[in-house]
Design a protein around this ligand. Structure first.
Ligand code: ACO
Length: 428
């Protein structure tokens, strides 16, 4: 057993071994027995929990949901089936799939009261702000989902289905409101991704005709975003859930964490970066130099990852999908060409090689979303739609753990030491 020796005190720390042979030192008694805590700024070396949802081997570029390789799910599964898998831990049988699918359909229509909420936002409100607020509002319309006194989720299956289904309805409705078009109601008989495209792009008396290739690309995008273990937004959901907060409140917090450019917001930032290069604001070479010199904090967006020190497997799948989609749609592929040039350049440059920086999921996803016709400021919303089943699975895991304690890290205080209050009139 590893031992930590501090000031003549010796602590034996059990080793925890995961099912994939990942090893951790359990230091949970460190402070009680030595008075010390560990300091791990931004938690890069800290395992915050044991989880049985998603496995990543960042050095080898492996990603599995509940044991199933992402490549197999991307090729063979549907978003609804993958959502079931991630939440309930197993692939559904026929009747389980049907019941889950029916529940999603039953829950898909928003309460009419939502119209007032949408109208309350300015036209240029960012859809991520709307989404986060609406998810919390959603819970308020469904008092049967919560125990009123404790605020706890009392009907998990229904709550989960409502979130997965309505997050898509909210996103499409927010888009329609922002462009001054009437909201489109979902069809009861269309599948998840197809219904989303219908709500986004159908016009009164002019239903949107779904191209199977677009549908396939969108489904792929959603499946690849379903979960990614303890990333920033999922850790946020778990942290909020650990206080006993309900499912809607916890997922609403997840949306806010996802919004940032270093996380889910990167898909929008990548397309903005590629567009600048395409418009000849600067060349690939110049841009890479800017990044290497960290000029104004410039980064190659869509590159790098805390866990992957190899190609992100999702980026590989999306890269192929992007080429196929653009070729078949006959759409301009200038952005894809810039992306290709940029990544070829970076992957051969010592700066990126030494730091093991490879394309991540966001490097190609924005190009796909743009080809589908999703507006730029909704890219991160698309990420949130895909990630919802993962957040729900983590909320479930943490809530079902009877030994779960509230997340409450410690700190090393580096501020002023004790000083006495000075009345205003005596201050210099
Ligand atoms: N471009 C240029 N340099 C980079 C990049 C990048 N994209 N990513 C990391 N680096 C550099 C850092 O500046 C640092 O350099 P230094 O050693 O000279 O100081 C080194 O590589 C290590 O990087 P860290 O910042 O310590 O890596 P961290 O694990 O903290 O950050 C992150 C990971 C946030 C993803 C980072 O790589 C990044 O900002 N990437 C661009 C944004 C992005 O694509 N985000 C999406 C991630 S995937 C997702 O969330 C869905």
């Amino acid at each position: 057993m590893p031992r930590i020796e501090i000031e003549n005190k010796v602590l034996s720390c059990p080793v925890i071994v995961g099912t994939e042979n990942e090893k951790a030192i359990d230091i949970s008694n460190l402070r009680a027995q030595t008075g010390y805590i560990t300091l791990d700024d931004s938690l890069a070396n800290t395992g915050s929990c044991k989880s049985s949802i998603t496995y990543i081997d960042g050095d080898k570029g492996v990603l599995r949901y509940r044991g199933y390789p992402i490549e197999q799910l991307a090729e063979k599964s549907s978003f609804t089936e993958t959502a079931y898998l991630i939440i309930y831990g197993k692939l559904p049988n026929e009747s389980e799939y049907q019941n889950f699918s029916n529940l999603l359909t039953e829950q898909q229509i928003l309460h009419e009261g939502f119209r007032h909420h949408f109208e309350g936002f300015p036209n240029n409100a960012h859809p991520m702000a709307m989404l986060s607020a609406m998810i919390n509002a959603m819970g308020c319309y469904q008092s049967d989902l919560y125990d009123e006194r404790s605020g706890e989720t009392s009907n998990f299956d229904k709550s989960a289905a409502q979130l997965i289904s309505q997050v898509r309805t909210i996103a499409a409705a927010a888009y329609k409101m922002s462009i001054g078009q009437p909201m489109v109601y979902p069809y009861p008989n269309k599948r998840y991704a197809e219904n989303f495209l219908h709500m986004m792009f159908s016009l009164p008396n002019q239903p949107y005709e779904v191209d199977p290739l677009v549908l396939h690309a969108l489904t792929l995008f959603l499946i690849l975003h379903v979960d990614h273990e303890q990333n920033c937004s999922t850790s946020t959901v778990r942290l909020v859930a650990s206080s006993g907060a309900n499912l809607h409140a916890s997922c609403s917090a997840g949306v806010c964490a996802l919004w940032g450019r270093l996380h889910g917001g990167a898909n929008q930032a990548v397309v903005e970066m590629l567009t600048k290069i395409k418009n000849a604001d600067y060349t690939v070479k110049d841009f890479i130099e800017k990044v290497k010199n960290k000029e104004g904090g410039a980064k190659l967006m869509g590159f790098g990852h805390r866990v992957y020190k190899n190609y992100d497997p999702r980026a590989k799948i999306l890269q192929n999908a992007a080429y196929k989609l653009l070729k078949t749609l006959g759409k301009g592929d200038e952005l894809l060409e810039v992306a290709h040039e940029l990544s070829e350049f970076a992957l051969q440059d010592d700066y990126f090689i030494e730091r093991k920086l490879y394309p991540n999921v966001d490097f190609y996803s924005g190009i796909i979303l743009q080809a589908i016709g999703i507006p730029l400021n909704m890219f991160t919303v698309m990420f949130a739609i895909g990630r919802m089943p993962g957040w729900i699975a983590h909320w479930k895991e943490i809530t079902e753990n009877t030994k779960q304690r509230i997340y409450r890290p410690r700190q090393i205080y580096v501020g002023e030491t004790h000083r006495n209050y000075i009345p205003l009139e005596e201050r210099l």
